[in-house]
Design a protein around this ligand. Structure first.
Ligand SMILES: [Zn+2]
Length: 451
């Protein structure tokens, strides 16, 4: 990574190496092998070196626990402004507990983030209130709004179908213009890929099985067909892939994509209540198992939660009236760490999907234990398995669709070389930053001011 992408005050590999401020001692996956490591962290919270370190003002030894990079959750709905219950402050504390150091906050709030003014209003809500770093998506409604939003946005989101806060997704014609404009900005674009043309309106959905029939797997296949026409220069990422066939297809097209813990671990069960209503729907057990197998083989580049913390009372409504979506920011990584402990999922595959690849897509120097990366790290004790219960979680919505599932929460979470979770308790400050990709117009402008 070129040194120009780091803040001027940072150390990093090219800076004169002063004594590290902190040396973190434990075990980590380095060169594909879990081995003892000493991680030297400089004054500004950057990883200076990984290897034997002679001195350091503070040595913090975590014994045989495992140090991993903090995760990036690139798909989160904190619903502020306008949402009931959750806030940016509460959501980023959930992230801290769940081992997520960067939250990609979606723009379909009330009002939606469709202009530079709205983006700046949302930035103001993050400043001084966020426990972890936040990257803000913009919601383009026209090619002109793309240029406006690109000045400060971290990424774009495009919906092909109606969803919470989006009654009218752009028409096909408007969409092509927006895609061309986004290609010119260089910013990443995440797409909710369901083609409403494939929805079956005759189905009166009363449970997740019928919801899956109403918004069938073919809606995803058709949406991918539409997206295949997007300019190849767009940094396209397909949100919440649910259909096993989409995996080889997107891989062959060289596109980034994600799967969510709920599509990987839960399937559509007859008679299940509206907590299990989500878009795209939970699929059949056969589809779920095939998607999970592909994920465990490392064929799904990114893990993301699609955290949608609807208040419990709205999810107690009749299935057809309840909103779609479920909370998951705090539980995504812990659920997966438990699958690693169970032997289903290789740790390296998980770390690539949860930490490295989402950070690369969003142009962030995090997600790896290597010099030149920020010391956003977790300490995991694989012996500390527990069963998930909503009352043990921190989301104001107070419910989880993963009740009773096994999870392993990080015992420590470090942000920029400072512990924000220690002994499983949040001890951080609310000084999370608003970040943008290093290749974004915003970062380029900020670098030229500093130079
Ligand atoms: Zn979403």
């Amino acid at each position: 990574m070129p040194s120009s992408t780091r803040p001027l005050s940072s150390g990093g590999p090219d800076a004169p190496a002063g004594p590290p401020a902190t040396v973190l001692v434990g075990r980590a996956v380095v060169h594909g092998r879990l081995q003892p490591v000493e991680i030297a962290i400089d004054e500004d919270g950057w990883i200076q070196s990984v290897g034997r370190v002679r001195s350091g003002r503070v040595r913090h030894d975590v014994g045989d626990r495992v140090i991993v990079p903090a995760a990036t959750d690139l798909h989160v709905h904190l619903r502020e402004p306008g949402g009931a219950g959750e806030t940016i402050a509460a959501g980023t504390v959930e992230a801290a507990y769940g081992g997520v150091g960067l939250v990609g906050e979606m723009p379909n709030t009330e009002p939606p983030v469709t202009s530079l003014d709205r983006l700046e209003e949302k930035e103001a809500k993050v400043r001084g209130r966020a426990a972890v770093d936040v990257l803000l998506y913009g919601l383009p409604t026209s090619p002109r709004s793309v240029a406006d939003l690109a000045r400060r946005a971290g990424a774009f989101k495009l919906f092909l179908s109606p969803t919470t806060g989006i009654a009218d997704p752009p028409t096909a014609e408007a969409r092509d213009g927006i895609l061309r404009a986004i290609a010119e900005t260089d910013l990443p674009l995440a797409v909710h890929a369901e083609d409403p043309g494939a929805f079956d309106d005759r189905v009166d959905a009363a449970d997740p099985v019928e919801w899956n029939a109403h918004r069938p797997p073919s809606a995803e296949a058709q949406a991918l067909q539409l997206l295949a026409r997007a300019p190849s220069t767009v940094r396209l990422h397909v949100a919440h892939v649910t259909v096993p066939d989409s995996v080889p297809r997107l891989r062959s097209e060289g596109r980034s994509f994600e799967a969510t813990p709920h599509h990987l671990l839960l399937s559509a069960r007859p008679g299940a209540d509206a907590r299990f209503k989500v878009n795209p729907p939970l699929r059949s057990e056969v589809d779920r198992a095939a998607l999970w197998a592909a994920f465990c083989r490392g064929e799904v580049p990114c893990l993301a939660s699609d955290h949608a913390p609807h208040p419990a009372e709205t999810k107690q409504l009749r299935f057809d009236r309840a909103p779609s979506g479920m909370p998951g920011l705090e539980t995504a990584l812990p659920l997966m760490l438990a699958r690693v402990r169970a032997g289903d999922l290789p740790l390296e595959v998980l770390l690539r999907a949860a930490c490295d690849r989402p950070a690369r897509w969003l142009g962030q120097p995090i997600g790896r234990i290597a010099p030149g990366h920020r010391a956003n790290l977790l300490v995991v004790d694989f012996r500390e398995r527990r069963r998930l219960h909503a009352r043990g979680l921190h989301a104001p919505c107070g419910w989880t669709a993963f009740e009773g599932h096994e999870a392993i929460f990080p015992v420590e979470h470090w942000r920029d070389g400072v512990a924000i979770v220690r002994g499983g308790e949040y001890v951080g400050a609310t000084d999370g930053r608003v970040v943008a990709p290093e290749f974004s117009p915003r970062s380029r402008a900020e670098r030229s001011v500093r130079a």
